[in-house]
Design a protein around this ligand. Sequence first.
Ligand code: NDP
Length: 383
Amino acid sequence: MRSISILGATGSIGASTLDLIRRERDKWRVCALTAHGNVAELARLAREFSAEVAVIADEACLPELRAALAGSGIAAAGGETALVEAAARPVDITIAAIVGCAGLAPTMAAIEQGGIVALANKEALVSAGEVMTEAVTRHAATLLPVDSEHNAIFQCLAGNDPAHVRSITLTASGGPFRDWPAERLALATPAEAVKHPNWSMGAKISVDSATMMNKGLELIEARYLFPVGLERLRIIVHPQSIVHSMVEYRDGSTLAQLGPSDMRVPIASALAWPERMDTPCERLDLAAIGELTFRQPDEVRFPATRLAREAAQAGGAAPAVLNAANEIAVAAFLAGQIGFTRIAAHAEDMLSCYAPPAPGSLADVIAVDKEARERARSLMESA
Ligand code: NDP
């Protein structure tokens, strides 16, 4: 039996992970399950999977969680400190699937246990790149990428010397607006933005996919996961989302990983690593798909990938500032407060007006993130 904790159990990645665990119930002991405010779902999952502890990050919800778990024998906890403590419980594998930089401290706590951390929470790595990768090395932890592109690259690199890599290409679906003219983008609504053509995901990453900021964050994520040099990282639009990414080697061979657009595939790859496990996912039928197409990203309509590359080049705190500004802008867009094209424009404004020193510790990254959020909010209010 292997032990597992799922940070962000009530989200889209959490649900896909638990779907796989449910099918192999006798092989897993569920330690901690966490959520932010969705008490009913957290309590339901904790009972179904006989979790040892359920943690609700919003401490005001703790009495409700306690009531929902009464008589179950499952420990209930609430608040950010409890979240970090739960993440620090030693387990064989932690699924880091909280959305946003809110997942950073618990993910770091899991890394400090030195086990396997399957990372979906890209914003944490984007904000804390050097600090997190250094912690992985120091604590002899294993960071397995769950993001489908990075999981694909991880698989394509297996057994190969990274010194032989000529380039790594991240594929992007292009999101729901990939064929929209520039003038229509300004009028895009939150409902249209979260309707992804290929993937079913949480609201924030769906908007990131629509702006292409998701691919920008992934470029920065790839830079830390696969240190082959920023200049070797490319992005290509591939509307069918079948090829999840590619690695080109110096001899001219390009290895790609293909699969259905179902996050259970990369999650299963991380859960079973270095073995393989069955999934219920639809099998790939290339003849039915017919054709796979590729095109260059359009950085005029979708400037987010350019911004991310610039932030990665600048290094230091710039990726954390970009991420914080984006999180604030996406939340404002989803709340109907700003237009779609303001999201990237806001991130660009923030990058040009706030350049704090490079963070050297987790506390530094959290401080940069906090300050960047405050500045991003006031910049938005004054615009
Ligand atoms: P969801 O919005 O569906 O779920 C987010 C999870 O995080 C929920 O459990 C939520 O709890 C919890 N959460 C939200 N805010 C906080 C907070 N402040 N403190 C603690 N917990 C919090 O997101 P996704 O599952 O779509 O995405 C999760 C991560 O995985 C993101 O970083 C995303 O970029 C990445 N990812 C997602 C993919 C996907 O297909 N969905 C693909 C690749 C990467 P509650 O339900 O109570 O709000």
